[in-house]
Ligand binder design. Sequence first.
Ligand code: ZN
Ligand code: ZN
Length: 204
Amino acid sequence: MKFDIHVHTNLSPCSQIPLTDLLAEAPFKGVQGICITDHDTMDVRKKIKEGVQSNGLCVLFGQEYSTQEGDFLLFGPFEQLIPGLSANLLLQYVGNSGGVAIAAHPFRKGRSVSEHLIKKQLCTIVEGVNGRNSQQENEAVLSWQVDYGLKPVGGSDAHTLDEVGSVSTHFTTPITDRADFIRALKRGDFQHVVPQKTLTRQVV
Ligand SMILES: [Zn+2]
Ligand SMILES: [Zn+2]
């Protein structure tokens, strides 16, 4: 199953994507699932039910959490998570709560992830391809994959509808809910990243 694991709706101040348009259009973007990862909020849960929608699209809720040492895509029981935690504290909390954290666009200029967090294995999954990164910023992640044996995922980081599905991750086990997704991430049940096209956009 192909998932675009990094999508922002207009609950993120920087995104222009209305939720209803996203749900209607995503099945035509070559993915069977999407993860809604708004900045520091999971308020999408107040609008729709998580899981497989009536059109067959699997919609899962996460968030993109900002810290001074980088941004992290979080999946787990984090609806009430307070913003502003340090990366160290956040990643320990995520681990202890049975959730999973992904280092988002770890080499993006100005929003990079501190290497010591990776070295300490506080975060073991990296976004190897981010649809809004430059090619260089994406390629730089390869060094971490080699040095630390990390498995890469990919996501579009869509802030507009036409970016949705531009990058996706291919999961090798069926995923119908958040628990399936977290399990697959932890086990490494994903094969590769599929960049369907290269997008270079101004990052908001
Ligand atoms: Zn944004
Ligand atoms: Zn993002």
